[in-house]
Design a protein around this ligand. Structure first.
Ligand code: HEC
Ligand code: HEC
Length: 374
């Protein structure tokens, strides 16, 4: 907080407090002169005014509130908040930290989360024969806490976190066969994921279908865990500046020709040939989509030969994709949902996905059989 606002709050608070105390003391001290009959002599519409002392209970509450105000300033950062943190503390990440509204929120989230985690361990992991995950989860949480606390985290810390996350994969597979875990997973999916991927997880334009065996980043439990923990950003650059509108049209024609969506179109052979050459230049499309155009999970570039489209496979949409580029964003969930909920979600997604053999392919190769469109 800046010095100005800090002083502003301080002056207003103290002035207000002093004014109320002043008025109260003044009223207590003031003794009007009384008539013989005990009244002040004032009469309004026949009602006479007496001078009775203020009720005790009322005074106690009033002075109590004034004292409470002072105690509040001692406990919380109320008076000169840029300098005085207050003596109140809360527990966050196992550490005692000064009270702030943010720390209090974190602390409450932590204790709520603990209820969830205990329940998760006792009623879900144990019953799915996946109790082994408990130790890994504890170690992972420890590493993540270190990461949050340190301003310059050790360079290999992220790698350790990734390694621990990957160790959860076998347990995710176990959870994906446990009805109870899937029930919780599906509820979490509806709350957090359905807005983009649809309540049936079949996706929409720009949002991938999670129930097929066509993966941008891989459909193994470990891939799904990584996607959920860290999020993903699809990086497909705009190409018009580089290859011109003619280039865009040619390469679109080529993409169409290999896409499985060509039957509806009469293709321009010259453009297809020209497009193929552009596609295969080493620093162009092959770099990410692969020499066979079947995509690569390491780059998130989709398979262009299976007639399954993220943005659309008609000629004009492909041209749009190439002209302006695409950058689908899958948010990260680690900080929002935590490791346990992510396990449940990953298990749910893994259970939905079609695991026919092609889905196991991490980076499809030219020798692989053509997938039929679904
Ligand atoms: C704001 C929209 C949005 C939300 C919310 C969202 N996603 Fe995504 N998700 C995306 C987009 C967009 C992609 C594709 C990223 C890309 O284009 O590279 C994606 C990709 C994925 C993938 C990778 C698919 C593949 O083919 O490799 C998985 C798995 C996934 N999301 C699961 C989830 C789950 C589970 C949730 C809920 C916790 C969720 N998503 C919430 C937008 C979203
Ligand atoms: C740097 C890596 C990279 C390069 C180079 C690249 N792409 Fe992509 N491409 C991607 C990614 C990643 C996506 C998915 C974008 C998203 O998820 O939002 C994509 C998406 C596409 C799509 C949309 C597919 C669909 O399902 O709707 C088409 C078509 C496409 N690329 C064609 C090409 C062509 C043709 C070239 C060469 C001119 C090319 N790409 C170059 C990474 C790349």
């Amino acid at each position: 907080m800046t010095f100005f606002w800090s002083s502003w709050i301080t002056i207003l608070s103290i002035m207000c407090w002093a004014a109320i105390l002043g008025v109260l003391l003044m009223v207590l001290k003031y003794k009007p002169e009384l008539e013989d009959d005990g009244t002040t002599g004032h009469a309004y519409d026949g009602i006479k005014e007496y001078d009775k002392p203020l009720p005790k209970w009322w005074l106690v509450i009033f002075f109590g509130s004034i004292a409470w105000g002072v105690a509040y300033w001692v406990f919380f950062p109320g008076i000169f908040p840029s300098k005085w943190e207050g003596i109140a503390t809360v527990e966050v990440d196992g550490e005692t930290v000064p009270w702030t509204s943010k720390n209090e929120l974190y602390s409450e989230l932590e204790s709520n989360n603990k209820v969830f985690t205990d329940n998760f361990e006792k009623n879900i992991l144990a019953k799915a024969d996946a109790s082994g995950a408990t130790e890994t989860l504890a170690a992972l949480a420890e590493l993540q806490a270190t990461m949050r606390r340190s301003e310059t985290p050790p360079s290999d810390l992220q790698a350790q976190i990734d390694e621990k996350t990957a160790e959860l994969s076998p347990y995710v597979e176990k959870l994906s066969e446990n009805p109870n875990a899937l029930k919780v997973g599906s509820r979490l999916f509806l709350q957090n994921c359905a807005v983009c991927h649809g309540s049936n997880a079949k996706g929409a334009v720009g949002y991938p279908n999670l129930t097929d065996n066509d993966w941008l980043y891989g459909g193994e439990a470990s891939n799904i865990l990584t996607t959920l923990h860290k999020g993903r950003v699809g990086g497909m650059a705009a190409w018009r500046d580089q290859i011109g509108e003619d280039g865009v049209r040619a390469v679109s024609e080529y993409v169409l020709s290999i896409s499985g969506n060509q039957p509806g179109y009469e293709l321009d052979k010259a453009q297809v040939a020209q497009g193929e050459a552009i596609f295969n230049e080493p620093t162009n499309c092959v770099l990410c989509h692969g020499a066979d155009a079947k995509g690569m999970t390491s780059t998130g570039a989709p398979n262009l030969t299976d007639n399954i489209w993220l943005y659309g496979g008609d000629r004009e949409t492909i041209r749009e994709t190439l002209r302006y580029g695409r950058a689908g964003v899958m948010p990260e969930w680690e900080t929002k949902l935590g490791n346990e909920r992510i396990m449940l979600l990953a298990a749910y997604v893994y259970s939905l996905s079609d695991k026919t053999p092609q889905s196991a392919a991490k980076a499809p190769t030219a020798t692989q059989v053509e997938t039929t469109a679904n």
